[in-house]
Design a protein around this ligand. Structure first.
Ligand code: NI
Length: 257
């Protein structure tokens, strides 16, 4: 893989990119992005990710049922996800996890579906991609109880420095997103300082969490350099050195192409 940026977690497979997808893709290529992990959150997104991964070499795909998509949960759907998890195009089970910001009325169900999907990842020998919002304590406790055996990525890590240290100790990858560039993103910057380079990834989580100076607009993968350059500055390393580290971490986590 040639040098450039990676985007470890993005939703270019989402509806909001259908209209100008080719432009978005071309801007990502111009920004020297060499590998992009398309993450499904529901059935529709997942179908679209699979069709894109067949068309473009730079994409990988992660599949899983997001805690905000539990209305789609059924035995049949989970069997479909299980079948997909075996698919060689699928590099990761995710995003999965807990969201107590949007949903507090189904916490036990969220935990059950989360545990089941970690088991699934272990069964198929793939890493997990974790979504955790206002639920870091329960998230870490479940990850200690049902240990991911093939890697774990804490997507757009939004916890405290202490929680980051706990995740690092457990061997998880910490993926850094747009908030590291925000004026009020001091905590995210403190987290970057304590993450060893060997456990670091970066991501856009587009269309969400747009980095400065585009905050408030739709995010896209081509904005990844704003995040990467900020991380390089905090880690006090050359941008090309960071790119090399991130590419290696990406391959170590999601597999070589
Ligand atoms: Ni996401």
């Amino acid at each position: 893989m040639k040098l450039g940026w990676i985007d470890a977690h993005t939703h270019l497979n989402s509806d909001v990119f259908v209209e100008d997808f080719v432009d978005v893709l071309n801007r990502a290529l111009e920004a020297q992005i060499v590998r992009i992990n398309l993450v499904g959150v529901d059935l529709k997104d997942t179908h679209r990710a699979l069709s894109l991964v067949d068309k473009y070499e730079l994409f990988d795909v992660s599949v899983g049922l997001h805690p905000s998509s539990l209305k789609e949960y059924s035995q049949e759907v989970m069997e479909w996800f299980e079948e997909l998890a075996h698919d060689p195009r699928v590099v990761c089970v995710g995003e999965i996890g807990l969201d107590y910001h949007w949903h507090t009325d189904n916490i036990e169900e969220q935990k059950r579906v989360f545990r089941n999907q970690i088991h699934l990842a272990n069964k198929v020998g793939k890493p997990v991609m974790i979504h955790s919002r206002k639920a870091m304590r329960d998230t870490i406790d479940i990850l200690k109880e049902v240990k991911p055996q093939y890697g774990c990525v804490m997507h757009c890590f939004s916890g405290t420095v202490d929680e980051a240290l706990e995740c690092i100790e457990l061997g998880f990858m910490i993926s850094i997103g747009g908030p590291v560039t925000f004026k009020n993103g001091q905590e995210a910057r403190e987290v970057v300082k304590v993450v060893p380079l060997s456990q670091l990834l970066i991501e856009t989580d587009a269309p969400y969490l747009t980095p400065h100076p585009y905050r408030g607009k739709r995010n896209e993968s081509s904005y990844i350099p704003y995040i990467g350059e900020k991380v390089a500055e905090i880690k006090e390393i050359e941008v090309v050195k960071l790119q090399e580290v991130l590419i290696n971490n990406y391959k170590k986590t999601f597999g070589p192409k």
